[in-house]
Design a protein. Structure first.
Length: 618
């Protein structure tokens, strides 16, 4: 999975300069509103969660305004377009959260600095109406209400950390947001074990066997036969564990075994096992998919009516198959669009990413998928939540949580539309760094998180991310029943690190000794040398984790690096061995890799040899 440290930044200097941009007039005036303003403050800086409650008629297009009277300066904002002129701050809706229904909410937030004092704004105005918590018969004008001000980016935050401020999740009074559903659907959540009338399950993986893809089992057993001996026996163990089925093209719905073929095979396994079977699907086909990558953009484009095709040719057929009553006894976990939503916050210069942010294609596509999946009683959607190496900085973590809340609350089923979130999909981050447990541990006066590998990111593993993300999502309105699934298909890295006899005095040297994650750089993502299979798929392995899964199919390539293949013309630089990434470190990619999704024998052998816990033949 592609990751990046460069996120969208609204610089303090640009805001203070008051460069003028046009701000669209709201489509309708509010007749009443209330604003909740929650601050998390530290010396010199703070983040704020702002929740707008619409008490009057539905609003299509909004601008929120307030005054900062103590010189506070906003540096990053999210879930809206921020601008400033003098003391007045205005925030205009993003393309995907313009509508606020009656009694619905929209949330936004920002990172800012302060000196001397940081008083709460005295009042807020929504589309010219002062928010008093009551409904008024006519809109009252605000005192200043400018319609143009300083520029901002549509999304937030720099991936590098701030020098001060909190690094863990915090409760907030801010509630979820409304982005406007894209299609109607019921509000009941979750699947069933035996049929649509059964009560929903908090965790679909409990008490169920995982689906064994017959195609992958046959491929693994063929590799085991060819290897023979101890290695072959270890390879054969891989075939005993479930893997996900990826639907990443329109054709994949019907090609080969196809979605129906997999579900039919799962029914046969369920009958043979005498207990429920859970099938894990991965949907990854948004228009301008993985917009910053050369090898992952996929078949649909924003410019080529990709959003409509995504709905009618991709999501609709998948939902129709899953809704077939003959499959109602299966449990289906669906990981929705990995490597997508975090791009809404990045200032990646790729034109494809700019198209995504301007069109709202990712948000509208994800909402449409959830609206179609959520009503199917035995389907459990898990929205992708990237990994700690991407969103672990406070500046990234806060807006991403807000973004998830905004998107999901805007679906027909609201916060119950998802069973939970998927982390580390197709990535390499360990579940737990067993030695590096304290990001503030000092090595010769330097905190461990300051090491080049972590770049001040305080979240070293997926356990750190979940421990922070779960309470924050619940505070934003998600039900406490949400769970996480962690992809452990290649984060084993041959087990615990070899610790030197004494702690080195150099923080980088210490981190390089102590970390389980052996990538040369934490942003490396393509066919990494040295990776090993991680923990076996299992239900409820730790608090708030529904399952460990092998989502990335062990042995399938991330992208081509074999220069003799025709597909090499589309080689992503990060798949090229020896390529120097943004940090100046090599890509760590394996040589002679086939195209994305193709079987890569050398990668499979390495995953088996360096698996942790080790694979032992029965």
């Amino acid at each position: 999975m592609r990751v990046s440290r460069a996120l969208s930044v609204l610089t303090a200097s640009a805001v203070a300069a008051g460069i003028l941009i046009a701000v669209a007039s709201p489509a309708s005036a509010a007749a009443g509103c209330r604003v909740d303003y929650a601050v998390n403050q530290w010396p010199g800086g703070f983040t704020a969660d702002v929740t707008v409650h619409n008490l009057g008629a539905p609003i299509d297009g909004w601008t929120l305004a307030w005054d900062f009277t103590a010189g506070q300066v906003i540096s990053q904002g999210w879930n809206g377009v921020f601008a400033r002129a003098g003391q007045r701050v205005t925030v205009t809706n993003a393309s995907w959260n313009a509508r606020i229904a009656t009694n619905a909410t929209v949330s936004l937030g920002f990172l800012a600095s302060w000196q001397g004092s940081n008083p709460k704004p005295a009042s807020f105005a929504l589309n010219g109406t002062v928010c008093t918590g009551t409904v008024v018969t006519s809109a009252a004008p605000t005192s200043a209400g400018p319609t143009s001000a300083g520029p901002t980016s549509a999304g937030p935050t720099s991936a590098g950390p701030t020098s001060a401020g909190p690094t863990s999740a915090r409760p907030t009074s801010a509630g979820p947001t409304s982005a406007g559903p894209t299609s109607a659907g019921p509000t009941s959540a979750g699947p069933t074990s035996g049929g649509p009338s059964d009560p929903p399950l908090d965790n679909p993986f409990l008490g169920a066997a995982g689906y064994l893809n017959p195609d992958h089992v046959a491929r693994v057993n063929a590799a085991a036969d060819a290897a023979g001996g101890t290695l072959g026996g270890a390879m054969r163990e891989v075939a005993r564990h479930p893997t996900a089925v990826w639907l990443d093209t329109i054709a994949s719905i019907t090609a080969g075994r196809g979605l129906r073929g997999h579900l039919d095979a799962a029914l046969a396994q369920q009958q043979a096992a005498g207990r429920p079977v859970v099938v894990t699907l991965v949907l990854q086909n948004l228009p301008n998919r993985s917009c910053s990558s050369r090898i992952l953009p996929g078949e649909l484009t924003v410019a080529g009516d990709g959003l409509q095709r995504y709905k009618s040719e991709y999501i609709d057929p998948i939902a129709a198959v899953l809704a077939d009553p003959r499959y109602a006894s299966l449990r289906v976990a669906v990981i929705v669009e990995p490597d997508s939503l975090h791009h809404l916050l990045y200032t990646v210069q790729a034109p494809a990413c700019a198209e995504v942010r301007q069109s709202g294609a990712y948000v509208l596509g994800v909402q449409y998928a959830l609206n179609k999946l959520h009503p199917i009683a035995n389907v459990y959607p898990y929205l992708d939540a990237s990994n700690s190496g991407v969103i672990g900085w406070e500046n990234n973590f806060v807006p991403m949580a807000q973004l998830y809340a905004s998107i999901v609350s805007g679906t027909a089923g609201g916060m119950s539309s998802v069973a939970g979130f998927a982390v580390n999909t197709a990535s390499y981050v360990p579940v737990e760094e067993t030695v590096l447990t304290d990001p503030n541990q000092l090595i010769n006066g330097q905190p461990v998180r300051s090491a080049r590998f972590y770049d001040w990111n305080p979240m070293f593993d997926e356990s750190d991310l979940i421990a922070a993300l779960y309470p924050r999502l619940v505070s934003l309105g998600f039900p406490s029943s949400i769970g996480f699934v962690i992809d452990t298909s290649r984060n084993g890295w041959n087990g615990n690190p070899a610790i030197p006899p004494q702690i080195p005095t150099d923080v980088d040297q210490w981190v390089n000794w102590a970390r389980i994650d052996r990538r040369l750089d934490r942003t490396n993502w393509c066919n990494q040398v040295g990776a090993g299979l991680g923990a076996r798929p299992v239900a409820a392995p730790r608090p708030n984790v529904d399952a460990y899964l092998w989502v990335k199919v062990p042995g399938e390539s991330d992208g081509v690096s074999d220069p003799t293949l025709p597909e090499a013309r589309l080689m992503d630089p990060m798949c090229e061995p020896g390529h120097l990434g943004p940090s100046g470190q090599e890509s760590g990619a394996m040589r002679n890799a086939p195209p994305r999704g193709a079987w890569f024998p050398a990668a499979f052998t390495g995953l088996v040899e360096r698996a942790y816990p080790p694979l032992i033949a029965r």
